[in-house]
Design a protein around this ligand. Structure first.
Ligand SMILES: [Zn+2]
Length: 57
């Protein structure tokens, strides 16, 4: 499993996106970010910066 938590990118939030692949994790993280963190559009810049923090879980 791969995972990316809000805390991993410096956001005070207990959400952790998990998935089999990095792309799956980033998709879940994007949904969460738009719903809960007021990000209107998840740009490539967001995805590129998040991708670096995806880790094995
Ligand atoms: Zn969050």
């Amino acid at each position: 499993m791969k995972a990316l938590g809000c805390k991993d990118v410096g956001v005070e939030c207990s959400f952790v996106a998990k998935g089999k692949t990095t792309e799956e994790v980033l998709k879940k993280a994007a949904e969460h970010a738009t719903k809960h963190h007021g990000i209107k559009k998840v740009t490539k810049d967001y995805l590129d910066s998040w991708r670096k923090h995806v880790h094995e879980a």
